[in-house]
Design a protein around this ligand. Structure first.
Ligand SMILES: [Cu+2]
Length: 219
């Protein structure tokens, strides 16, 4: 609602700035900004003393998140296990920000865990839950394919995998680290894949996308 209020303020400003002698321009500016107000998805996480506010943020995939941090705090992605233990070992391939204002856009649904490295042992941490973006046509495919365990150590099971499907894993830089023709048991050996966060992408024999989701590998 706060975003809506901010957008509404912008709307009023834009209307007052629009050329007064052209009522059509005024209407157009107002309509465009009203549309922007209803589709506004920007979200903010602020560091405040020894906490993050909000410390649980739920967004749709693709939402831009603004992160404001002061020194000496950090905003560092960790594994769920590290987060639960108030540890501070960064997740390979995860996001990691120092003091300043940063933009973070998470496109793959899942729960992202982060801590402040110097103060993780005091419980300075938070979570971002990224939900399937219902505006994206392919998104409805995502829940049909279950991938587990998460995090995975030696193997992943891709439930709902069909024989002949191709599964690929990409690291945070978009590099392919694994490509495998899926067996009907859905089992994917990840022993040789370095620990970290990856995007798992599965396509059928024609190359159509079956699922794209985030997996974490921890050894
Ligand atoms: Cu801190």
């Amino acid at each position: 609602m706060r975003n809506f209020a901010a957008a509404a303020t912008k709307l009023r400003l834009a209307v007052s700035y629009a050329p007064n002698h052209d009522p059509h321009m005024r209407t157009l500016a107002a309509s465009l900004l009203l549309l922007a107000a209803f589709t506004a998805q920007s979200q903010v996480i602020n560091q405040s003393n020894f906490s993050f506010n909000p410390n649980l943020l739920t967004v749709q995939a693709g939402t831009e998140i603004t992160i404001n941090i002061g020194a000496p705090h950090t905003f560092t992605e960790v594994s769920e296990a590290t987060w639960n233990a108030n540890g501070n070992t960064p997740l390979g391939g995860g996001f990691n920000f120092n003091a300043g204002t940063h933009q973070l856009t998470l496109t793959v649904p899942g729960t992202y865990y982060y801590v402040c490295v110097p103060h993780a042992n005091m419980g300075m941490k938070g979570r971002i839950v990224v939900e399937v973006n219902t505006d994206v046509a392919d998104a409805e495919l995502v829940p049909q394919v279950l991938v587990f365990p998460n995090p995975a150590d030696r193997f992943l099971i891709v439930e709902g995998a069909m024989g002949g499907a191709v599964v690929q894993l990409f690291d945070a830089q978009g590099r392919q680290v694994l490509r495998q023709l899926m067996a009907t048991d859905g089992r994917l050996d990840v022993v040789a894949v370095p620990a970290g966060a990856y995007v798992l992408r599965m396509t059928d024999q024609r190359g159509d996308l079956l699922t794209e989701q985030r997996v974490v590998i921890a050894h």
